[in-house]
Write a protein that binds this ligand. Structure first.
Ligand SMILES: *Cc1c(COP(=O)(O)O)cnc(C)c1O
Length: 374
């Protein structure tokens, strides 16, 4: 018996909320307050409260949130920013776009997040900030990162684009660094009906500056005090996000349950399941295993109707776009080794135990044939 298991299932997420979402969208059309309407300010307050942080600013993407955060801290030409080599391109791109240089650091063996023990060697007199990523929904080692930052007088901007609602030592991500960037790309743990993002911070000056930057550099109408960008979150997205935010904790709990079942069903197999430090409660944006014959396993799962992903197959320091930075293969051995082994299995809140058993049985069947052949 074969079954189709999608990688994500946004229909399942939206179906029970569709009437409510339609009503909210209709209300925005009635008011025609499409730009910075009241839903934007209300969502900002609700999302800040959710993160236990004073301020959230609604933006048009996670990339914009990272970029405007760097800019608000006056990071630009001549500056260096420390970024993990294993992340989505946007983390480093934000650094490049403000004119600064991303300096990559390897990930910690057995994890997918930045190796704090390797950060200090990457710090130079030009270093201004550290940009840790809570990759796949698992918070980075923030206490150690904040201690290093304070020792070297650096800004810390969390890339929380995959980690809405995750906890680090009892505190929500978004409230741990000097500022934090979130993405509301539809497939993220909290997704809009298109692109969206937010910057979360406890710094009032940063909040005011980013609010000006997103809106044509204005503090008051037609007085442009900062770079006149347009990076606003649309009212329509804010209206949808307000409804979905109320379900985020229950969705994250669904993801957590799925991860528990994956871990249980894959225990004792040759694939490496994710490890979770006791200090964190992850939100499982992705469930990533490592397999020796990754390509073979991925092809086998596809034959069985199971969709998978690779996050990410080519580390940032080896990207053609970053060739000019002068890195080479061998610079970040853990990131490079894992990039060839990682495989993201289907992960979404509504994933059923039957689906998880089907996926893990297919993984086990493939690994069994490998052992038999080898
Ligand atoms: C999604 C994502 C971003 C960028 O978000 P966009 O909203 O797509 O611009 C940045 N960093 C990480 C780690 C992400 O997963």
């Amino acid at each position: 018996m074969t079954m189709k298991v999608p990688f994500v299932n946004l229909q399942a997420q939206h179906e029970p909320l569709q009437a409510e979402i339609n009503e909210a969208i209709a209300s925005v059309f009635t008011k025609t307050n499409f730009i910075l309407g009241e839903d934007v300010a209300l969502f900002e307050q609700e999302f800040a409260d959710y993160c236990a942080a004073p301020y959230a600013i609604g933006l048009d993407s996670g990339l914009s949130a990272l970029k405007l955060a760097l800019e608000a801290f006056n990071i630009g030409a001549g500056d260096e920013v420390i970024v993990p080599a294993n992340t989505f391109i946007a983390t480093a791109a934000a650094v490049t776009f403000v004119g600064a240089r991303p300096v990559f650091v390897d990930i910690k063996p057995g994890t997918y997040n930045i190796d704090v023990s390797k950060i200090e060697a990457a710090i130079t007199p030009k270093t201004r900030a550290i940009l840790p990523v809570h990759l796949y929904g698992t918070p980075a080692d923030m206490d150690e990162i904040m201690a290093l930052a304070s020792k070297h007088n650096l800004i810390v901007i969390e890339d929380a684009c995959q980690a809405h609602g995750a906890y680090y030592r009892g505190r929500r991500v978004g409230s741990l660094g000097h500022a934090a960037a979130f993405s509301f790309y539809p497939a993220k743990n909290l997704g809009a009906a298109g692109d969206g993002g937010a910057l979360v911070t406890s710094d009032e000056r940063v909040m005011n500056h980013v609010k000006a930057l997103r809106n044509c550099g204005q503090r008051e109408k037609y007085v442009h005090v900062a770079a006149p960008y347009n990076h606003r979150l649309d009212t329509l997205h804010a209206a949808v996000l307000r409804i979905k935010l109320r379900h985020l904790d229950e969705w994250n709990a669904g993801r957590r349950q799925a991860a528990i079942l994956y871990n249980r069903f894959l225990a004792g197999t040759p694939v490496v399941t994710p490890s979770t430090p006791p200090s964190v409660i992850p939100v499982w944006h992705l469930y990533v295993i490592r397999a020796e014959d990754r390509a073979g396993l991925q092809a086998h799962l596809q034959e069985q109707g199971i969709a998978t992903g690779l996050h990410y197959p080519l580390p940032l320091h080896l990207q053609p776009y970053y060739q000019s930075l002068g890195y080479k293969r061998g610079d970040f051995p853990i990131t490079e080794a894992y990039a060839d082994q990682i495989l993201s299995l289907p992960m979404f809140p509504e994933l059923s135990e039957e689906q998880i058993a089907y996926v893990t049985d297919a993984v086990k069947a493939f690994e069994a044939t490998r052992v038999a052949v080898g």
